[in-house]
Design a protein around this ligand. Structure first.
Ligand code: PLP
Length: 438
């Protein structure tokens, strides 16, 4: 369906620009109205296939599952806010118990907040409390959020950091971004030199390993460009943490909740972290942040960390229903992810062979990125071309989001139908062909 830019759309965007402070929007004039399943509609009736899951939130279809919508209405009619951090309520406890069944043995403590950045703030503070150490390690190209603690970890774009320093005590290290190796090497002959670098430089010349509380890692980097590291890299990072008494924190805010093929993205690497953070898809469309820690780390002293809205009963109703949906449909979801990953990767790899601007195609599960380059030899980032592909696809009824410097994310709902998936890929390919002047 061709997009029609109507006076109504123009009016809302003009009013938005007057009163809304700032966002991260690009050029796509999408003004939301309603949606269900594979599709979302704007205020003028333009229909779009969703390849964005609205920033990896609608992992099980636009507007979440029907069960979650029903649970939200029913809970909203009873009680919304139970002041869970000051009083008690059963629903958040039952949800925490249910959630812990998805974690490795020994995980037993859950903290609720409202967003990914807050889930990471809690993880930063807990790591400091549990280890009595001050520093944190994070990776270049990472995104952990925008509040000052998690922004101190974030290192994917200067625009996100400039003017906001000084930051907390974080030391950054290279991530295994093999398509653009920060050390100029090639995998696998590199011998995972980036993990070695962490030991040889940051931990030998900048910060004492004895002062590092935790290493924060995204098992698959999200905002930084959908970068999938080799398994050995993640294993080596785990080993460095263990050898030095540091915690490993897996930021699963984007990659978790089945997006990268498993409930916990870290499970793809055969590694267990000590603290996990979740948000986005967990609330099925409502805000929730979740921090989960190993029992053996101990308890956070009373009053050391808390909030107002954590454990909100409506968010918890949505989250618990979403989790029940996942558990009930686990086999089918895993099979769908495998099959749809194959369809997307086959198609994108063929595009890579055919079009000079498609430099790299990579992903795990249904967390797939396409990196655009001026040409395959120079690998110069094709930012304008990437933006043009996103806009042209939008004009033809496909919603997608950029990430990294010149990457497009392909993150449809896991439940997308095969026909919508193929129609979306046709729209994407036509946009790429146009961008190549073919
Ligand atoms: C990996 C990761 N961590 C943390 C965040 C921050 O989450 P929020 O925007 O809910 O604060 C994001 C958001 O994109 C993310 O992708």
């Amino acid at each position: 369906m061709k997009f029609r830019l109507t006076p109504k759309i123009k009016d809302i965007i003009a009013r938005d620009r007057k009163v809304i402070m700032t966002t991260t929007r690009g050029e796509v004039p999408f003004v939301a109205s309603h949606g269900r399943g594979d599709f979302v509609y704007d205020v003028s009736g333009n229909r779009f296939i969703d390849f964005s899951s609205f920033i990896s939130v609608y992992n099980f279809g636009v507007n979440g599952t029907k069960e979650a919508a029903a649970a939200i209405s029913s809970q909203a009619a009873k009680l919304m806010h139970p002041a869970f951090t000051d009083y008690y309520a059963e629903q958040p406890v039952a949800f925490a118990e249910n959630l812990l069944t998805m974690f490795p043995k020994g995980f037993g403590k859950v903290f609720f907040s409202n967003s990914g950045t807050e889930a990471n703030e809690a993880a930063i503070k807990y790591s400091k409390l549990f280890t009595k150490r001050q520093y944190t390690i994070a990776f270049y190209n990472s995104f952990h959020g925008r509040t000052i603690g998690s922004l101190s970890l974030t290192s994917s774009k200067i625009a996100q950091r400039e003017r906001f320093g000084p930051f907390n005590s974080v030391v950054h290290a290279p991530y295994a971004y093999c398509y653009r190796c920060p050390l100029g090497k090639e995998y696998p002959s590199c011998g995972i030199a980036c993990a070695d670098y962490l030991k040889k430089y940051p931990l030998a010349k900048e910060v004492s390993p004895k002062e590092v509380s935790a290493i924060f890692i995204e098992p698959v980097q999200g905002e930084g460009g959908y970068v999938v590291p080799p398994r050995e890299f993640v294993k080596e990072v785990r080993k460095i943490a263990t050898d030095n008494g540091m915690l490993l924190v897996s930021d699963e805010v984007q990659a978790g909740y089945m997006r990268a093929g498993k409930f916990l993205a870290m499970d793809n690497f055969g590694v267990e972290a000590d603290i996990y953070t979740l948000a986005k898809a967990a609330g099925g469309g409502l805000p929730i942040g979740i921090t989960v820690a190993r029992n053996s780390l101990g308890n956070v002293p009373e009053g050391a960390h808390s909030n107002t809205f954590g454990g909100n009963l409506v968010s918890v109703a949505a989250a618990d229903t979403t989790l029940r949906y996942i558990k009930k449909n686990m086999r089918s979801l895993e099979a769908q992810i495998k099959e749809k990953n194959r369809i997307i990767m086959d198609r994108l790899n063929r595009m890579k062979d055919e079009y000079e601007i498609v430099g790299d195609v990579r992903g795990l599960g249904l967390m797939i990125g396409v990196e655009f380059v001026k040409d395959k030899k120079s690998k110069a980032p094709a930012v304008k071309e990437r933006d043009a592909v996103v806009l042209e696809s939008f004009n033809n009824g496909l919603l997608m989001l950029p990430c990294g410097e010149s990457v497009i994310r392909i993150i449809p709902p896991i439940t997308i139908s095969r026909s919508s998936l193929e129609e979306g890929l046709d729209i994407l390919e036509a946009a790429i062909r146009k961008s190549c002047g073919k």
